[in-house]
Ligand binder design. Structure first.
Ligand SMILES: Cc1cc2nc3c(=O)[nH]c(=O)nc-3n(C[C@H](O)[C@H](O)[C@H](O)COP(=O)(O)O)c2cc1C
Length: 291
């Protein structure tokens, strides 16, 4: 997706907005967002997907809790809902594409919040006529930010308060896990990695781990013990079966930030799935960016 503003600006401005101005989105803005949605037919790993912008009803707002989402969403004008076909990298593709739309919404001065849960059999699935062959692992609330001044102050706090994100030495590695990547060795990719660090993730767990291997960057999940299925079972009981793999969505989001930011520094890489077998028992290989 092409943006008018620098991608760093959009990534830095995005935050999880949970309180909205309770006003509809202007028709022209809706139109621009819908155009962005129709331009997305598949993720970087080729899974077909589609999105729609729907208006929020009172029932939708109330239904969210029963679907495994957390946090209280107030006054959202609508939701971005999407459906993805089944494939080896379906959740990663969904994470990538939805985040690309969220950044487009940010460019249009709208607030958004990712909401992960079991949407496949909900009223949200009816709105997009999801078939049994499709997953709906997350939606995003969307609307005008209730208090832009507070959002601006929040941005400053987020950018200066490093503790809301894990440090470089926990996230990024040089050639092998165990050797943290220092900024100088990241070279022109250092600002790209800074933008990966600002990616949203379910419960802010930041499960992304990246190993630099020459010009190639390998992406892994470090799973959070007790998160995902364990959490879903606690929240949803028997309905937890359909709970999506949120941490694979998180990886798709990190891959989106890396992809868009590297394009902006003029690097056009490709994504391949060829496990270099560098991972340890704690990590799961996802994909590599090859220049
Ligand atoms: C896949 C996914 C699912 C999420 N689900 C929820 C949710 O159900 N409720 C919520 O309030 N926030 C949700 N979030 C937002 C995260 O809590 C948020 O991204 C994280 O705490 C970092 O904060 P920030 O987005 O403001 O940078 C989700 C984020 C992701 C990526």
């Amino acid at each position: 997706m092409i943006y008018d503003k620098p991608i760093a600006e959009l990534i830095e401005r995005r935050f999880s907005c949970r309180t909205y101005a309770d006003q509809p989105i202007a028709a022209q803005t809706q139109q621009r967002l819908r155009e962005r949605m129709t331009s997305l037919g598949a993720g970087p790993f080729g899974t077909p997907l589609r999105f729609e912008l729907v208006a929020a009803t009172e029932q939708d707002r109330a239904a969210l809790k029963g679907l495994g989402t957390y946090g209280f969403i107030r006054g959202a004008a609508g939701f971005i809902v999407g459906a993805v076909g089944r494939g080896a990298k379906d959740f990663e593709d969904y994470g990538y594409a939805m985040e690309a739309l969220i950044l487009a919404a940010t460019e249009l001065d709208l607030g958004t919040c990712w909401l992960g849960g079991t949407f496949t059999r909900s009223s949200f699935a009816e709105k997009i006529h999801a078939s049994s062959e499709e997953h709906m692992p997350a939606v995003a609330s969307i609307g005008r930010v209730a208090n832009p001044e507070q959002a601006r102050r929040g941005l400053l706090r987020r950018l200066t308060q490093a503790e809301s994100r894990l440090s470089w030495e926990i996230l990024f590695f040089d050639q092998e896990f165990g050797t943290p990547l220092v900024r100088e060795s990241a070279g022109r990719f250092a600002p790209v990695l800074d933008l990966v660090r600002l990616a949203p993730s379910g419960s802010n767990k930041q499960p992304w781990r990246i190993v630099k291997d020459g010009e190639t960057w390998h992406f892994y999940i470090e799973r959070t013990p007790g998160y995902g299925k364990g959490l879903a079972t606690r929240l949803l009981g028997s309905k937890s079966e359909a709970f999506p793999d949120i941490q694979r969505i998180d990886l798709g989001i990190a891959i989106c930030h890396f992809d868009l930011a590297s394009r902006e520094i003029g690097v056009m890489g490709t994504w391949v799935v060829e496990d270099p077998t560098l991972g340890g028992p704690l990590t799961e290989y996802v994909a590599s960016f090859v220049v």
